[in-house]
Design a protein around this ligand. Structure first.
Ligand code: 76R
Length: 248
């Protein structure tokens, strides 16, 4: 049996995608819409307070295209807290005007392919910060799930640790060229959801998603071993953005 990579896990992640029922929203009277918005704002304030207290983090983005209208990406210490967040939203008035579009459950993950031998990663504050990241409030988000292939000669899980480490090094070198332009959060979802990882990217310039993902397609680990699910791309929903989105 090949040696499994050791992983470090941080906060649990829920990507919660919703679609807005525009017909119902437009038909609702202004009073009901305002009450719904106020309630949504107070939930958002609670999430912000959790972020300030460093007990979790939330990103809120509209989604471009018909797969969903918006996404909440929540990070929390436990699955129970994530569940409580989705239930709290489901009980709001605003939720009555939405339908679930998609969701993804995973946990922030770092693997030891690039780890320095003989050091305790959990003693390194940078690593600890990456396991419990405050999500950037950059203009754009990109999310997609992926697997590492297990087919014939292209079986990632049959490769030796050294072979995998060499490929992950090359992967990391490409990634590093996007430092400051794309922030990536890899979440592991083996045992939690339908794919092995979730990839969440943030950027100020959405074109950097295309450039990074395209460049990686030529790199062996993605070219030979990467299988990808649906892509979701969106725009930051700050206070103004939310008011604009929901004004009818
Ligand atoms: O953690 C590190 O920074 C070390 C190097 C590194 C690892 C171990 C790294 C760097 N990644 C790692 C692991 Mn990654 N990553 C992806 C995708 O679209 C595609 O082709 C693949 C989707 C992107 C865009 C991306 C970006 N990475 C992983 C893993 C776990 C694999 C395993 O354990 O088998 C997956 C699934 C994955 C996928 N990666 C980087 C990036 C970027 C931008 C970097 C550089 C980060 C930096 O240096 O700040």
């Amino acid at each position: 049996m090949s040696e499994a990579a050791q992983t470090l896990e941080g906060w649990y992640a829920l990507h919660d995608f919703r679609t807005i029922n525009w017909t119902a929203w437009k038909q609702a009277d202004a009073e009901k819409r305002n009450a719904a918005l106020d309630e949504l704002q107070s939930l958002i304030s609670e999430w912000k307070a959790a972020e300030d207290a460093k007990t979790g983090s939330t990103a809120f983005y509209s989604i471009v295209g018909q797969k969903a209208d918006f996404v909440f990406m929540h990070l929390r210490e436990t699955l129970e807290e994530l569940n409580a967040l989705e239930v709290a939203f489901n009980k709001t008035t605003f939720a009555q005007f939405t339908t679930p579009a998609h969701s993804y459950v995973s946990v922030v993950e770092l693997s030891n392919y690039m780890a320095q031998p003989g050091t305790d990663p959990l003693e390194n504050p940078e690593i600890v910060a990456r396991l419990k990241p405050i999500l950037p409030k950059w203009r754009h988000i990109c999310f997609y799930p992926m697997n590492k292939r297990r087919e014939g000669n292209d079986n990632w899980y049959m490769l030796s640790m050294d072979e995998r480490r060499a490929m992950m090094r090359s992967h990391g070198m490409i990634g590093r060229q996007y430092a400051g332009k794309v922030k990536q959060i890899i979440t592991g979802s083996v045992g939690f959801d339908n794919w092995e990882w979730g990839v969440t990217l943030f950027a100020e310039d959405a074109l950097q998603f295309k450039k990074l993902v395209y460049e990686m397609r030529f790199d062996e680990v993605s070219a030979r071993f990467g299988d990808f699910g649906e892509f979701f791309v969106g725009n930051l929903l700050d206070g103004d953005g939310l008011n604009q989105l929901l004004s009818v």
